[in-house]
Design a binder for this molecule. Structure first.
Ligand code: NAD
Length: 392
C-alpha cells in the first residue's frame, strides 16, 4: 500500500508505520542522550501509553531508567485495506525496540475506563511484575462509559458561565476567523467531569491497592493543562478545566485513602503542544502556532519527550521538586511565565487572515501534526510500498 496522509479537519484518518517507528526512535534517542539519570521507577503502568504524553512517559521510563512497562491504550489494528491508528504503530515500534534492548514491555489494547481492562491489567501485573511503583494516567478521550452505572458520558469543550468570542484558526480552510462559543449547561459540565475528571484515575488506584499490586511508596501522576489568560476561557476555566480541577480532588483522595501504602499522587501540569487531543480543541491550533513561534525564538521550545523527561528527573524523581499551591508538579513555566505570555498576547492581538503565516509558526505546527501520524518525516519515502499489517 502507498500511504499518504488523509487529513480531515483536525484529524488524520490514517497513519504510516515506518514514519511512526521513526518518530518513536527519535524520542528514544533523545532519552538515551541524557545523562545523570539518578534514581527512577522499576515497574511502570502507563494508562494512555500509545501517543502524546503517555507514549513519552513510557519511553522515558523504559529507555531512560530501564523500567519494565505495561501500557494500556485504545487503538485500531490495521487491515489489508486500512492502516492502523498511529498509536497502534507507535506501540508496535516501542515493543520492537524494547525487545532489542531486553526491556519488558506488554500492552493491553482496550477501554481503560472499563472494569474488565482493569482486571486484565491487574492479572498481568500479578503474573509478570508483582507490584507497580509508578502509575502514569494520561488518557484523553471524548467519552467514557461509567462501569458502575453503564451510562456513557460525552465531554464538551465549552466555556463556563458566559459565551466567549475569540479568534480561531480553521486548519481545513486556512482561515483565521472569530468564533462565538456558547456556554455549557450544567449537564455538559457534569458529563465532562465524568469523562476527563479524576474518578477513573482514583478507581485505577483503588482497584490496584485492593489487589495488592501497588508497591509501598508508589508514585502516581495524572496530566493537566492549566495555561494562562489567553486559554482560560476555553480551557482552564471551561468545561475541560472543571474536569481537570477534579484531578486535584482525586490526587488528595488517593493520598488519603492509600496513606498506609505511602502512596504519592500529584497532578502534573504540562505545556500545550500538538497532540491528537489538543488539535481537537477550538482555539488551540492558533494558540499553539503562536507559542511555537515565540518559544522557538526564545530557545525554550519543547515537545512531549523533553517535557516528560524533565518531569521524571526534576519532579517525580527529583530531590527538590517544585510544587504549586495545589500540590501539583509544574512543567509549564516556560510557556506560562509573564514575559512569554506577553509576547504571545501581542501576536494574538495582531494576528489576522493576512499575517497569520508570517506571525505564527503554523509550518512548525503542521509538521508536528503530520508527524503524529508518521508523516512529513525526512527519512521516510512516502512513495514506497508499505505493509500496513504491523503488530506487536
Ligand atoms: P493523546 O490523544 O495523544 O493520547 C491519549 C491516549 O489515551 C492514547 O494513548 C489513547 O490510546 C489513550 N486512550 C484514549 N481513550 C482510551 C480508552 N478509553 N482506553 C484506553 N486508552 C485510551 O493525548 P495527550 O495530548 O497526550 O493527552 C494526555 C493527557 O495529557 C491528557 O490528560 C491531556 O489533557 C494532558 N495534557 C495535554 C496537553 C497537550 O497540549 N496536548 C497539555 C497538558 C496536558
Amino acid at each position: 500500500m502507498i500511504i499518504k496522509p488523509k487529513v480531515r479537519g483536525f484529524i488524520c484518518t490514517n497513519a504510516h508505520p515506518v514514519g511512526c517507528a521513526a518518530s518513536v526512535a527519535e524520542q528514544i534517542d533523545y532519552v538515551r542522550q541524557q545523562s545523570d539519570l539518578g534514581k527512577g521507577p522499576a515497574n511502570v503502568l502507563v494508562i494512555g501509553s500509545s501517543t502524546g504524553y503517555g507514549l513519552a512517559s513510557r519511553i522515558t521510563a523504559a529507555f531512560g531508567y530501564g523500567a519494565k512497562t505495561l501500557g494500556v491504550c485504545f487503538e485500531k489494528p490495521p487491515s489489508e485495506r486500512k492502516t492502523a491508528t498511529a498509536g497502534w504503530y507507535n506501540t508496535a515500534a516501542f515493543h520492537a525496540q524494547a525487545k532489542q534492548n531486553n526491556l519488558y514491555a506488554e500492552t493491553i489494547n482496550g477501554d481503560a475506563f472499563s472494569d474488565e481492562v482493569k482486571e486484565e491489567v491487574i492479572a498481568k501485573i500479578k503474573a509478570d511484575l508483582g507490584k507497580i511503583d509508578l502509575v502514569i494516567y494520561s488518557l484523553a478521550s471524548p467519552r467514557r462509559t461509567d462501569p458502575v452505572s453503564g451510562v456513557t458520558y460525552k465531554s464538551t469543550l465549552k466555556p463556563v458561565g458566559q459565551a466567549y468570542t475569540t479568534k480561531t484558526y480553521d486548519t481545513d480552510k486556512d482561515q483565521v476567523h472569530e468564533i462565538k462559543l456558547e456556554p455549557a449547561n450544567d449537564d455538559e459540565i457534569h458529563n465532562t467531569i465524568k469523562v476527563m475528571g479524576g474518578e477513573d484515575w482514583e478507581r485505577w488506584l483503588d482497584a490496584m491497592a485492593a489487589a495488592d499490586v501497588l508497591a509501598e511508596g508508589c508514585k502516581t501522576t495524572a496530566y493537566t493543562y492549566i495555561g494562562k489568560e489567553l486559554t482560560w476561557p476555553i480551557y482552564g476555566q471551561a468545561t475541560i478545566g472543571k474536569a481537570k480541577e477534579d484531578l486535584d480532588r482525586a490526587a488528595a483522595a488517593i493520598n488519603g485513602k492509600h496513606s498506609s501504602l505511602l502512596a504519592d499522587a500529584h497532578v502534573s501540569s504540562l505545556k500545550a503542544l500538538v497532540t491528537q487531543a489538543s488539535s481537537a480543541i477550538p482555539v488551540m491550533p492558533l494558540y499553539i502556532s503562536l507559542i511555537y513561534k515565540v518559544m522557538k525564538e526564545e530557545g525554550t521550545h519543547e515537545g512531549c519527550i523533553e517535557q516528560i523527561f524533565g518531569l521524571f528527573s526534576d519532579c517525580l524523581y527529583g530531590d527538590s521538586p517544585t510544587l504549586d499551591e495545589a500540590n501539583r508538579y509544574r512543567m509549564d513555566g516556560k510557556e506560562t511565565n509573564d514575559a512569554t505570555q506577553a509576547k504571545i498576547k501581542a501576536l494574538w492581538d495582531k494576528v489576522n487572515q493576512e499575517n497569520f503565516h508570517e506571525l505564527s509558526d503554523y509550518a512548525g505546527y503542521h509538521h508536528e501534526f503530520l508527524k503524529l501520524f508518521g508523516f512529513d518525516i525526512n527519512s521516510v519515502n512516502y512513495d514506497d510500498e508499505t505493509d500496513p499489517m504491523v503488530s506487536w
